[in-house]
Write a protein of this length. Structure first.
Length: 309
């Protein structure tokens, strides 16, 4: 019989090969009503509400389908590096009991957690060795990014869950997978200067952005399966177009990382393409892009780089 404890033990046994995702309670479950109560009436009212509704089931949140698919990877093969999901919450252990009741009800293999009673949760990301941090709290996300962890603010979304079993993750390029030096040239000197710069430096690899490590961890999982049957599919969805595509392709080749689909959109709206790809989640640094994307897919804003200066 598989239990959360046995899943956690399996994850710990594979050492550095495991993919560790830390997630906040508000990203995992729909807790907006109680959060609004906290913002309006304070901590005591929030605590009383959570205890009063302790046995009332929380509904899935924006990132819930993603977490289900991530944990589902553990069931596919004993030879695949394990995935572990860690709960990081600003709730107290007392008010967090309702959250663990929901975890148990939905049979999520989550056994490790940190409840901070209102303090920032980002301090516990490094001890848990998380590759990715997802939260509805922009302050915690910013702290995590500054500490060098791939992190994104999960935005409210009405996007329907994807019906396919395959996990599909889409990334923006500049300031997410790669550094933001290209975006800086574009903003400061214009698009023509950007294309000249990329053409001149085509053979020089781009620097790594905040999500380079997470992409590499995903690649390790993918590499355990034949490409045609991998349970994970990735896409690069970028505003770049030719001739700025070449440097991207050669950089990924230099890193030894596989991206299954690369969409060079030349500034077109990303939403329809993300919908066509069937993304379970999309990560982008641009506030304008994430506002468009969250109407069709679950979206994480990466507040990094010149677009967020």
């Amino acid at each position: 019989m598989t239990t959360p404890e046995s899943n956690a033990h399996a994850a710990s046994s594979v050492g550095d090969n495991r993919l560790v995702v830390a997630i906040s309670s508000r990203a995992l479950f729909d807790m907006e009503n109680s959060h609004e109560l906290f913002e309006r009436d304070g901590l005591d009212a929030y605590r009383a509400y959570q205890i009063e509704h302790e046995n009332e089931l929380l509904k899935p949140g924006v990132a819930f389908p993603l977490v289900q698919k991530l944990l589902g990877l553990n069931k596919l093969s004993a030879d695949v590096p394990a995935v572990e999901v860690i709960l990081l919450s600003r709730n107290s252990g007392d008010t967090g009991l309702r959250i663990f009741n929901a975890i148990q009800h939905y049979q999520l293999g989550i056994s490790r957690a940190a409840f901070t009673s209102g303090a920032p949760t980002s301090d516990y990301i490094a001890p848990f060795k998380a590759d990715l941090f997802l939260s509805a709290n922009a302050e915690d996300v910013g702290r995590a990014l500054r500490a060098g962890v791939a992190a994104a603010t999960i935005l409210p979304s009405t996007a329907p869950p994807r019906s396919t079993e395959q996990l599909r993750i889409a990334f923006d390029g500049d300031a997410v997978i790669f550094g933001d030096e290209g975006e800086r040239v574009s903003k400061e000197q214009g698009l023509d200067a950007f294309h000249r710069n990329e053409s001149e430096l085509w053979a020089e690899p781009l620097s790594g952005g905040p999500f380079r490590g997470f992409l590499s961890a995903l690649h390790r999982l993918q590499a355990a399966f034949p490409a045609e049957t991998a349970p994970i599919r990735t896409a690069l969805v970028t505003a770049r177009s030719a001739p700025a595509h070449k440097r991207v392709i050669l950089t990924l080749r230099r890193w030894g990382v596989r991206i299954d689909e690369a969409l060079f959109l030349g500034g077109r709206d990303k939403g329809p393409f993300l919908d066509a790809f069937g993304a379970d989640i999309f990560f982008d640094d641009s506030p304008a892009n994430v506002e468009s994307a969250r109407r069709v897919v679950a979206t994480g804003h990466v507040p990094h780089g010149v677009s967020n200066a």
